[in-house]
Design a protein around this ligand. Structure first.
Ligand code: GRG
Length: 297
Protein backbone atom coordinates (compact mmCIF):
# COMPACT_ATOMS: atom_id res chain seq x y z
CA UNK A 1 0.00 0.00 0.00
CA UNK A 2 1.35 3.45 -0.82
CA UNK A 3 -0.06 6.74 0.37
CA UNK A 4 0.01 10.24 -1.11
CA UNK A 5 1.92 11.87 1.74
CA UNK A 6 1.67 15.46 0.55
CA UNK A 7 -2.13 15.08 0.23
CA UNK A 8 -2.39 13.42 3.65
CA UNK A 9 -0.21 16.10 5.27
CA UNK A 10 -2.14 18.89 3.55
CA UNK A 11 -5.48 17.45 4.77
CA UNK A 12 -4.22 17.06 8.34
CA UNK A 13 -2.69 20.56 8.08
CA UNK A 14 -6.08 22.10 7.18
CA UNK A 15 -7.77 20.38 10.14
CA UNK A 16 -4.94 21.41 12.47
CA UNK A 17 -5.19 25.01 11.30
CA UNK A 18 -8.91 25.01 12.19
CA UNK A 19 -8.23 23.61 15.66
CA UNK A 20 -5.41 26.10 16.30
CA UNK A 21 -7.54 28.99 15.02
CA UNK A 22 -10.32 28.02 17.44
CA UNK A 23 -7.97 27.59 20.41
CA UNK A 24 -5.70 30.62 20.05
CA UNK A 25 -6.68 33.95 21.61
CA UNK A 26 -8.44 36.44 19.31
CA UNK A 27 -7.19 40.02 18.95
CA UNK A 28 -9.37 42.53 20.82
CA UNK A 29 -9.62 46.25 20.05
CA UNK A 30 -7.57 48.34 22.47
CA UNK A 31 -5.58 45.34 23.76
CA UNK A 32 -1.79 44.96 23.29
CA UNK A 33 -0.75 43.07 20.09
CA UNK A 34 -0.09 39.83 22.01
CA UNK A 35 -2.88 37.79 20.40
CA UNK A 36 -1.87 39.06 16.94
CA UNK A 37 1.74 37.99 17.55
CA UNK A 38 0.67 34.56 18.86
CA UNK A 39 -1.43 34.01 15.73
CA UNK A 40 1.31 35.43 13.44
CA UNK A 41 3.78 32.92 14.92
CA UNK A 42 1.53 29.90 14.64
CA UNK A 43 -1.05 30.19 11.86
CA UNK A 44 -0.59 29.84 8.10
CA UNK A 45 2.84 28.26 7.91
CA UNK A 46 5.12 25.33 8.53
CA UNK A 47 4.93 21.73 7.47
CA UNK A 48 2.93 20.72 10.60
CA UNK A 49 5.06 17.61 10.76
CA UNK A 50 4.73 17.06 14.52
CA UNK A 51 0.88 17.20 14.48
CA UNK A 52 0.93 14.82 11.50
CA UNK A 53 2.99 12.38 13.55
CA UNK A 54 0.50 12.62 16.41
CA UNK A 55 -2.47 12.03 14.09
CA UNK A 56 -0.71 9.16 12.26
CA UNK A 57 0.39 7.39 15.44
CA UNK A 58 -3.08 7.86 16.99
CA UNK A 59 -4.73 6.32 13.89
CA UNK A 60 -2.78 3.09 14.53
CA UNK A 61 -4.88 2.61 17.67
CA UNK A 62 -8.24 3.92 16.48
CA UNK A 63 -8.08 7.09 18.61
CA UNK A 64 -10.72 9.76 17.82
CA UNK A 65 -9.29 12.27 15.34
CA UNK A 66 -10.58 15.24 17.36
CA UNK A 67 -8.47 14.12 20.39
CA UNK A 68 -5.35 13.57 18.28
CA UNK A 69 -5.74 16.98 16.64
CA UNK A 70 -5.86 18.72 20.03
CA UNK A 71 -2.63 16.96 21.04
CA UNK A 72 -1.19 17.92 17.64
CA UNK A 73 -2.16 21.54 18.30
CA UNK A 74 -0.45 21.42 21.71
CA UNK A 75 2.83 20.12 20.31
CA UNK A 76 2.69 22.64 17.44
CA UNK A 77 2.23 25.44 20.02
CA UNK A 78 5.43 24.29 21.74
CA UNK A 79 7.22 24.05 18.39
CA UNK A 80 6.11 27.55 17.35
CA UNK A 81 7.14 29.02 20.71
CA UNK A 82 10.60 27.42 20.30
CA UNK A 83 10.98 28.94 16.83
CA UNK A 84 9.97 32.41 18.07
CA UNK A 85 12.45 32.29 20.96
CA UNK A 86 15.20 30.65 18.87
CA UNK A 87 14.97 33.53 16.35
CA UNK A 88 15.47 36.24 19.01
CA UNK A 89 18.69 38.32 19.00
CA UNK A 90 19.82 36.64 22.25
CA UNK A 91 19.68 33.25 20.53
CA UNK A 92 19.96 32.68 16.77
CA UNK A 93 19.16 36.29 15.80
CA UNK A 94 17.26 35.52 12.62
CA UNK A 95 15.11 37.76 10.41
CA UNK A 96 13.31 35.15 8.33
CA UNK A 97 11.13 32.21 9.38
CA UNK A 98 8.57 30.25 7.37
CA UNK A 99 9.21 32.66 4.51
CA UNK A 100 8.22 35.81 6.43
CA UNK A 101 9.83 38.20 8.95
CA UNK A 102 10.42 36.59 12.34
CA UNK A 103 7.95 37.50 15.10
CA UNK A 104 10.30 39.96 16.86
CA UNK A 105 10.86 41.72 13.50
CA UNK A 106 7.13 41.90 12.72
CA UNK A 107 6.31 43.09 16.28
CA UNK A 108 9.06 43.73 18.85
CA UNK A 109 11.27 41.62 21.09
CA UNK A 110 9.16 41.89 24.23
CA UNK A 111 5.99 40.94 22.34
CA UNK A 112 7.79 37.99 20.71
CA UNK A 113 9.02 36.71 24.10
CA UNK A 114 5.51 36.99 25.56
CA UNK A 115 3.91 35.35 22.51
CA UNK A 116 6.31 32.41 22.95
CA UNK A 117 5.56 32.21 26.68
CA UNK A 118 1.81 32.23 25.99
CA UNK A 119 2.09 29.44 23.39
CA UNK A 120 4.19 27.33 25.78
CA UNK A 121 1.67 27.60 28.59
CA UNK A 122 -1.42 27.21 26.42
CA UNK A 123 -0.11 23.86 25.15
CA UNK A 124 -0.52 22.39 28.64
CA UNK A 125 -3.94 24.01 29.11
CA UNK A 126 -5.07 22.22 25.94
CA UNK A 127 -3.73 18.84 27.11
CA UNK A 128 -5.31 19.21 30.57
CA UNK A 129 -8.79 19.88 29.11
CA UNK A 130 -11.27 16.97 29.20
CA UNK A 131 -11.97 17.52 25.47
CA UNK A 132 -8.48 16.11 24.80
CA UNK A 133 -9.29 12.76 26.46
CA UNK A 134 -12.04 11.58 28.78
CA UNK A 135 -9.58 9.72 31.05
CA UNK A 136 -7.72 12.10 33.44
CA UNK A 137 -4.85 9.57 33.72
CA UNK A 138 -4.27 9.87 29.98
CA UNK A 139 -4.32 13.68 30.23
CA UNK A 140 -1.77 13.62 33.06
CA UNK A 141 0.44 11.22 31.08
CA UNK A 142 0.31 13.57 28.08
CA UNK A 143 1.15 16.63 30.22
CA UNK A 144 4.08 14.82 31.89
CA UNK A 145 5.46 13.49 28.59
CA UNK A 146 5.25 16.86 26.82
CA UNK A 147 6.75 18.71 29.81
CA UNK A 148 9.68 16.30 29.80
CA UNK A 149 10.16 16.55 26.03
CA UNK A 150 10.02 20.36 26.00
CA UNK A 151 12.02 21.11 29.16
CA UNK A 152 15.59 20.90 30.45
CA UNK A 153 15.73 17.13 29.84
CA UNK A 154 14.58 17.70 26.25
CA UNK A 155 14.29 20.63 23.84
CA UNK A 156 15.39 23.43 26.21
CA UNK A 157 18.36 21.34 27.37
CA UNK A 158 19.33 20.73 23.73
CA UNK A 159 19.10 24.43 22.98
CA UNK A 160 21.40 25.17 25.95
CA UNK A 161 23.93 22.63 24.61
CA UNK A 162 23.64 24.27 21.20
CA UNK A 163 24.42 27.69 22.63
CA UNK A 164 27.40 26.30 24.55
CA UNK A 165 28.64 24.67 21.34
CA UNK A 166 28.81 28.12 19.74
CA UNK A 167 31.61 28.96 22.20
CA UNK A 168 33.24 25.52 22.28
CA UNK A 169 32.44 23.69 19.02
CA UNK A 170 31.62 20.00 19.37
CA UNK A 171 34.01 17.61 17.70
CA UNK A 172 32.41 14.21 18.22
CA UNK A 173 29.46 12.76 16.40
CA UNK A 174 28.15 11.33 19.69
CA UNK A 175 27.97 14.81 21.24
CA UNK A 176 26.15 16.25 18.20
CA UNK A 177 23.75 13.31 18.23
CA UNK A 178 22.94 13.91 21.92
CA UNK A 179 22.40 17.64 21.32
CA UNK A 180 20.08 17.07 18.38
CA UNK A 181 18.20 14.24 20.08
CA UNK A 182 17.31 16.68 22.83
CA UNK A 183 16.82 19.83 20.76
CA UNK A 184 14.65 18.45 17.97
CA UNK A 185 14.31 14.70 18.64
CA UNK A 186 12.47 14.99 21.94
CA UNK A 187 9.39 16.67 20.39
CA UNK A 188 9.33 14.11 17.58
CA UNK A 189 9.45 11.32 20.16
CA UNK A 190 6.60 12.89 22.11
CA UNK A 191 4.55 13.30 18.91
CA UNK A 192 4.88 9.61 18.01
CA UNK A 193 4.39 8.32 21.55
CA UNK A 194 1.32 10.55 21.98
CA UNK A 195 -0.72 8.17 19.80
CA UNK A 196 0.22 5.27 22.09
CA UNK A 197 -0.62 7.30 25.20
CA UNK A 198 -4.01 8.31 23.76
CA UNK A 199 -4.66 4.70 22.74
CA UNK A 200 -3.59 3.37 26.17
CA UNK A 201 -1.43 0.71 24.51
CA UNK A 202 1.22 -1.42 26.20
CA UNK A 203 4.94 -0.54 26.45
CA UNK A 204 6.11 -2.68 23.52
CA UNK A 205 4.10 -0.79 20.92
CA UNK A 206 4.92 2.57 22.56
CA UNK A 207 8.62 1.54 22.47
CA UNK A 208 8.44 0.71 18.75
CA UNK A 209 7.07 4.21 18.05
CA UNK A 210 9.73 5.77 20.25
CA UNK A 211 12.49 3.88 18.36
CA UNK A 212 10.97 4.98 15.03
CA UNK A 213 10.89 8.61 16.20
CA UNK A 214 14.48 8.45 17.41
CA UNK A 215 15.85 7.33 14.04
CA UNK A 216 13.48 9.46 11.97
CA UNK A 217 14.34 12.54 14.11
CA UNK A 218 18.07 12.08 13.55
CA UNK A 219 17.48 11.60 9.82
CA UNK A 220 15.42 14.85 9.88
CA UNK A 221 18.25 16.73 11.58
CA UNK A 222 20.92 15.49 9.18
CA UNK A 223 18.64 16.54 6.30
CA UNK A 224 18.22 19.95 8.01
CA UNK A 225 22.01 20.34 8.15
CA UNK A 226 22.24 19.39 4.47
CA UNK A 227 19.56 21.98 3.62
CA UNK A 228 21.47 24.62 5.59
CA UNK A 229 24.48 23.99 3.33
CA UNK A 230 22.61 23.61 0.03
CA UNK A 231 19.29 25.38 0.44
CA UNK A 232 18.28 28.75 -0.98
CA UNK A 233 16.40 31.13 1.33
CA UNK A 234 13.32 31.31 -0.90
CA UNK A 235 13.05 27.52 -0.94
CA UNK A 236 13.69 26.77 2.74
CA UNK A 237 11.95 29.86 4.13
CA UNK A 238 14.80 30.73 6.51
CA UNK A 239 18.35 32.02 6.23
CA UNK A 240 20.68 29.31 4.82
CA UNK A 241 24.38 28.92 5.71
CA UNK A 242 23.82 30.00 9.34
CA UNK A 243 25.56 26.97 10.89
CA UNK A 244 28.69 27.41 8.80
CA UNK A 245 28.78 31.18 9.42
CA UNK A 246 28.50 30.56 13.19
CA UNK A 247 31.33 27.98 13.01
CA UNK A 248 28.93 25.33 14.35
CA UNK A 249 29.85 21.67 14.07
CA UNK A 250 27.02 19.78 12.36
CA UNK A 251 26.53 16.24 11.04
CA UNK A 252 27.61 17.60 7.65
CA UNK A 253 30.73 19.41 8.89
CA UNK A 254 31.91 16.25 10.67
CA UNK A 255 30.76 13.52 8.28
CA UNK A 256 30.99 15.41 4.98
CA UNK A 257 28.15 15.70 2.46
CA UNK A 258 28.19 12.16 1.07
CA UNK A 259 28.44 10.31 4.37
CA UNK A 260 25.82 12.58 5.94
CA UNK A 261 23.44 11.79 3.07
CA UNK A 262 23.95 8.04 3.31
CA UNK A 263 23.64 8.15 7.11
CA UNK A 264 20.30 10.00 6.80
CA UNK A 265 19.01 7.38 4.33
CA UNK A 266 20.21 4.53 6.56
CA UNK A 267 18.43 6.04 9.57
CA UNK A 268 15.21 6.52 7.58
CA UNK A 269 15.30 2.84 6.52
CA UNK A 270 15.97 1.75 10.10
CA UNK A 271 13.09 3.96 11.31
CA UNK A 272 10.74 2.16 8.89
CA UNK A 273 11.81 -1.26 10.17
CA UNK A 274 10.73 -0.33 13.70
CA UNK A 275 7.20 -0.04 12.30
CA UNK A 276 7.03 -3.69 11.17
CA UNK A 277 4.70 -4.71 14.06
CA UNK A 278 2.06 -2.27 12.73
CA UNK A 279 2.05 -3.64 9.17
CA UNK A 280 0.40 -1.57 6.45
CA UNK A 281 -1.40 0.68 8.94
CA UNK A 282 1.92 2.49 9.57
CA UNK A 283 2.40 3.45 5.91
CA UNK A 284 1.94 7.18 6.66
CA UNK A 285 4.75 7.07 9.24
CA UNK A 286 7.00 5.20 6.79
CA UNK A 287 6.28 7.87 4.17
CA UNK A 288 7.27 10.56 6.70
CA UNK A 289 10.65 8.88 7.26
CA UNK A 290 11.26 8.86 3.49
CA UNK A 291 9.99 12.45 3.18
CA UNK A 292 12.30 13.92 5.84
CA UNK A 293 15.41 12.86 3.93
CA UNK A 294 14.07 13.90 0.52
CA UNK A 295 12.51 17.24 1.46
CA UNK A 296 13.64 20.56 -0.03
CA UNK A 297 12.36 22.79 2.81
C1 GRG B 1 14.32 28.42 22.20
C2 GRG B 1 13.70 26.77 23.98
C3 GRG B 1 14.13 27.04 22.61
C4 GRG B 1 14.33 26.02 21.80
C5 GRG B 1 14.65 26.14 20.40
C6 GRG B 1 13.76 23.60 18.01
C7 GRG B 1 14.60 24.73 18.42
C8 GRG B 1 14.95 24.80 19.85
C9 GRG B 1 15.00 25.68 17.58
C10 GRG B 1 14.70 25.67 16.15
C11 GRG B 1 15.92 26.03 15.40
C12 GRG B 1 16.14 25.14 14.27
C13 GRG B 1 16.09 25.74 12.93
C14 GRG B 1 16.37 23.84 14.47
C15 GRG B 1 16.62 22.90 13.40
C16 GRG B 1 15.57 21.85 13.22
C17 GRG B 1 14.20 22.41 13.26
C18 GRG B 1 13.45 22.24 14.51
C19 GRG B 1 13.70 23.01 12.19
C20 GRG B 1 12.35 23.57 12.14
O1 GRG B 1 11.38 22.55 12.15
P1 GRG B 1 10.45 22.28 10.88
O2 GRG B 1 11.31 22.05 9.64
O3 GRG B 1 9.76 23.70 10.76
O4 GRG B 1 9.46 21.22 11.20
P2 GRG B 1 8.30 24.11 10.22
O5 GRG B 1 8.41 25.60 9.96
O6 GRG B 1 8.01 23.33 8.97
O7 GRG B 1 7.34 23.81 11.32
Amino acid sequence: MSIDLSKAMAEAGVQLERVLDRLLPKPQAGEPPLADAIRYASLGGGKRLRPFLVVSSARLFGVAESCALRVGAAVEMIHCYSLVHDDLPAMDNDDLRRGKPTTHKAYDEATAILAGDALLTQAFEVLADSETHADPKVRIALVAALARAAGAAGMVGGQALDMQAEQTPLTEIGAITRLQRLKTGALFEFSCEAGAILGKVEDARRGALQAYAHDMGLAFQIADDLLDVRGRAEEIGKTPGKDQAAGKATFVSILGLERAESQARMLADQACRHLDPFGERAEALRAVARFVVERKA
